[in-house]
Design a protein around this ligand. Structure first.
Ligand code: NAI
Ligand code: 2OP
Length: 309
């Protein structure tokens, strides 16, 4: 039987694009769920009709009823409001908390065995809220941000050096916000650290642009935030789980003492496979990197406290 991936918020930009990427990967049938009546159904039908052209065999359906979650192997949560110009991720906190809490309750009821990938912002706190609300084991709930932030860093390095995007790998840790922690030492081109290929000034500029990556796109779009790369990032995580790839990538997961922090979700390197978050990979951080990660952790904790979780 085909695997099943549901996207809550599937009528929106990130959700619909994620549905597209997952369907084209032919790793599962896809259900797009949204509170909007007609939009998920319409987008799903449109997407399904691209199948003969794009040549993929996957069923895509839309629903405004959360009961459609039934039997999902993976649920991606993109429901929520996107950031508008001048709005911080934290501004979204209260509005999106209600939406994510409701989505998590529905997942607990209708898809109690699913893996959950949260995308809604502010990401780290929404992932923590989803974990608390579902009551699922920690390996089954995670937040997507590190794959996106690392992809942005990879893109800027490839553009700066004029090399293939495929040869660049990167690691960005911490919360999905201004305090994220790009790690140049662990960012490589064909295995060579960028610290050997770029000047400190170039690395500084690229790291800053990465941390500002979401805001740069919001300022251009004006009516919403990025969705192609975020959706592709979430789809890559879905694929890692369904194909048991055991990929090493950064994701927001529950820390219980790892990296000197506990009782929060924050971006760290993990192995992502058929069991979900199979393990957290420890890295030897410099004093400066460690301080930056802890500062980012403090920012996430502050937001968790604001929500009274
Ligand atoms: P969007 O506005 O295009 O889509 C959001 C969808 O959620 C809408 O279709 C809306 O009807 C739906 N929705 C609202 N309340 C709902 C509910 N209670 N149940 C089901 N669906 C509901 O927004 P977009 O651009 O897709 O962004 C979605 C979220 O993802 C935002 O919070 C945004 O900030 C976040 N995001 C996170 C990223 C990350 O790296 N973690 C990257 C990009 C976006
Ligand atoms: C992004 O980084 C807004 O979190 C979203 O594009």
């Amino acid at each position: 039987m085909a695997k099943k991936v549901s996207v809550i918020g599937g009528g929106g930009n990130v959700g619909a694009s994620c549905a597209l990427y997952v369907a084209e990967m032919e790793i599962a049938d896809v259900v797009m769920i949204d509170i909007l009546e007609g939009v998920p159904q319409g987008k799903a039908l449109d997407l399904q009709q691209s199948a003969p052209i794009q040549g993929f065999d996957a069923y895509v359906t839309g629903s405004s009823d959360f009961a459609a979650l039934e039997g999902s192997d993976v649920v991606v949560v993109t429901a929520g409001f996107p950031r508008k110009p001048g709005m911080s991720r934290e501004d979204l906190l209260k509005a999106n908390a209600d939406i994510v809490r409701n989505a998590a309750e529905k997942i607990r009821t209708h898809a109690p065995n699913a893996f959950v990938i949260v995308v809604t912002n502010p990401l780290d706190v929404m992932a923590y809220l989803a974990w608390k609300t579902t009551g699922f084991p920690k390996n089954r709930v995670m937040g997507m941000a590190g794959v996106l932030d690392s992809a942005r860093l990879r893109t800027f390095v490839a553009l700066e050096l004029g090399v293939s995007m495929q040869d660049v790998h990167a690691m960005v840790l911490g919360g999905h916000g201004d305090s994220m922690v790009p790690l140049p030492r662990y960012t490589t081109v064909g295995g060579i650290s960028i610290t050997e290929l770029l000047s400190p000034a170039q690395i500084e500029a690229i790291s800053k642009r990465t941390a500002n990556g979401g805001a740069e796109i919001v300022a251009l779009l004006k009516t919403g935030s990025a969705f192609y790369a975020p959706a592709a990032s979430a789809a890559q995580m879905v694929q890692a789980i369904l194909k048991d790839q055991r990929r090493l990538l950064p994701a927001a997961v529950l820390l219980e003492g790892e990296y000197g922090m506990r009782d929060l979700f924050i971006g760290v390197p993990i192995i992502l496979g058929g069991q979900g978050v199979e393990r957290i990979v420890p890295l030897q951080l410099s004093a400066e990197e460690d301080a930056a990660l802890r500062k980012s952790g403090d920012a996430v904790k502050k937001t968790i406290a604001e929500l009274g979780l």
